[in-house]
Design a protein around this ligand. Sequence first.
Ligand code: SF4
Length: 78
Amino acid sequence: MSAFRSDGSGRSGTRRRLVVDVGACSRCGGCVELVPEIFRLRDDTGLIEIIDGAVLDEEAIAEAMKYCPEDCIYWEDE
Ligand code: SF4
């Protein structure tokens, strides 16, 4: 599985990574439209990525997860 990851820290203090499974992503652009501060579509690869250094707002991310048609945005425990 290929995915872009970004460091994140959960409310519980558990370290988590935000992951976009680019293999499952249909590149609909929904996450970029909803949360352009965190997600972007790379011009060179045509793949979604998590912007380096983005503040990982949990509510905004939850919204993007809710609307992602492929369910390919998720948190992963480190
Ligand atoms: S909303 Fe989901 S399927 Fe659509 S571009 Fe974002 S990650 Fe890919």
